[in-house]
Design a protein. Structure first.
Length: 195
């Protein structure tokens, strides 16, 4: 396949994944439910915690930044933390407790009952995300999964936002779109009156 053919095929497949989301009313309702959970938590003075590995770590940072800074319009910041950013903390936990505890330890230390934990895993099998979910549930922190159509994460989280695809790139592209929708819904509910 030549370069232009590759580009065309990639975007066709990416669009097809998003069209599948548009046709999945159940998934759309779960996105609304996830947004409502986040809104309720924020209104109660709680925060949103994000975690993921690799590209999903970058997505965690991206979405936390949209909430703390701004998304569509200027407004006060919203409490949100990406558990992927502090290299000293990550290396200390990794060295002392192992990679498996990377996020669980941070949830235990920084999470509070009523917070929301959003675990991002394209495979749905990221062991350190699964461990963080376990700790979050023990602490009465609501858990939301951003994943694909496979893995163990959908079996253990409170709300499942599973992209209808098995392709890592298209799952990731849809994760950020779903994340943007969540940020937009949250921002509008919290501060729409400021526009």
């Amino acid at each position: 396949m030549d370069s232009l053919g590759y580009i065309k095929t990639h975007f066709e497949n990416s669009v097809a994944t998003k069209k599948a989301i548009l046709e999945d009313l159940d998934l759309q309702n779960r996105i609304v439910a996830a947004a409502e959970i986040c809104i309720a938590a924020l209104k109660n003075g709680n925060k949103i915690l994000f975690a993921g590995n690799g590209g999903s770590a970058a997505d965690s940072q991206h979405l936390a930044a949209e909430l703390v800074s701004r998304f569509n319009f200027d407004r006060p910041g919203l409490p949100s933390i990406a558990l992927t950013t502090d290299t000293s903390m990550l290396t200390a936990i990794g060295n002392d407790y192992g990679f498996l505890q990377l996020f669980a330890r941070q949830v235990q230390a920084n999470g509070r009952e009523g917070d929301v934990f959003i675990g991002i895993s394209t495979s749905g099998n990221s062991a350190n995300i699964l461990e963080a979910v376990k700790v979050a549930k023990e602490m009465k922190i609501v858990t939301i999964a951003l994943c694909g159509n496979a893995g163990k994460l959908p079996e253990v989280c409170d709300v499942i936002l599973n992209v209808p695809s098995k392709s890592t790139p298209f799952i990731q592209e849809s994760h950020i779109s779903i994340g943007h929708v969540l940020c937009g819904l949250i921002e509008e509910a919290m501060f729409g009156h400021l526009k």
